[in-house]
Design a protein around this ligand. Structure first.
Ligand SMILES: [Zn+2]
Length: 216
């Protein structure tokens, strides 16, 4: 019997079969329970198809578990004519969900690296953000995961990731502070060690949360 842990979903694969993942029917039943918990009747006409829709939405919200972030960055280009300055993709809008309340986290990521010989297709950086966003997250972890994956796969001279986001668990419930924006950053290599490189990156992305791009 072969048994492999699947770290993405904490599921176990036993003899080629994934165990532990509930059926679609189980998931829809869970939504019906939550509707009843909210105080409504899941059998009334307007709510009949809601459990199926919610479960399909979850497939979309959490499709990052099925994708491999490292594979995304594996195809690289080496014909760069010696380009060795910062490569930055800024204002990558994302939607994620906080792992504490399963409430939306809506934000923007700025992702930069200092290439060492090879570069990656720029859309791959956006795709990487997307894969980590489409999981249950906390912003700190997501920031680190994006930076660490680029560092591991591309082995650049440095990586910088800044994320600004609004957390609906604190804007629409709880402490109710709409407009509050959380900023996290992870700097590796040259961005961590060299103040001038870090400053160049920070000026390229502009002052966080004041550039007028709305994401709330
Ligand atoms: Zn939360």
């Amino acid at each position: 019997m072969s048994k492999t842990a699947n770290p993405k979903k904490d599921l176990q694969v036993v003899d080629g079969e994934t165990v532990g993942q509930p059926s679609r029917e189980d998931a829809e039943d869970a939504v019906r329970t939550l509707i009843r918990w909210a105080g409504d009747n899941p059998d009334r006409e307007g709510l009949l198809d809601t459990p199926a829709r919610v479960v399909r939405s979850y497939e979309e919200f959490f499709n990052g578990y099925d994708a491999c972030p490292n594979t995304i960055l594996e195809r690289t280009f080496e014909e760069t004519d010696g380009y060795d300055e910062i490569v930055l993709l800024r204002d990558i809008r994302f939607e994620s969900h906080c792992e504490h309340h399963m409430a939306p986290i809506i934000g923007r990521a700025h992702v930069a690296y200092l290439p060492r010989r090879r570069v990656v297709g720029i859309s791959k950086l956006a795709r990487l953000v997307e894969i980590y966003a489409k999981r249950l997250q906390i912003q700190e972890k997501m920031t680190a995961q994006i930076a660490n994956t680029i560092d591991e796969v591309l082995e650049p001279r440095g990586v910088a990731v800044v994320i600004e986001a609004a957390h609906h668990c604190m804007t629409t419930r709880g402490i109710h502070k709409p407009g509050a924006v959380m900023t996290t950053s992870r700097m590796l290599g040259a961005f961590r060690e060299d103040a001038a490189t870090r400053q160049e990156f920070l000026s390229m992305i502009g002052s966080p949360a004041s550039s007028g791009t709305s994401f709330r």
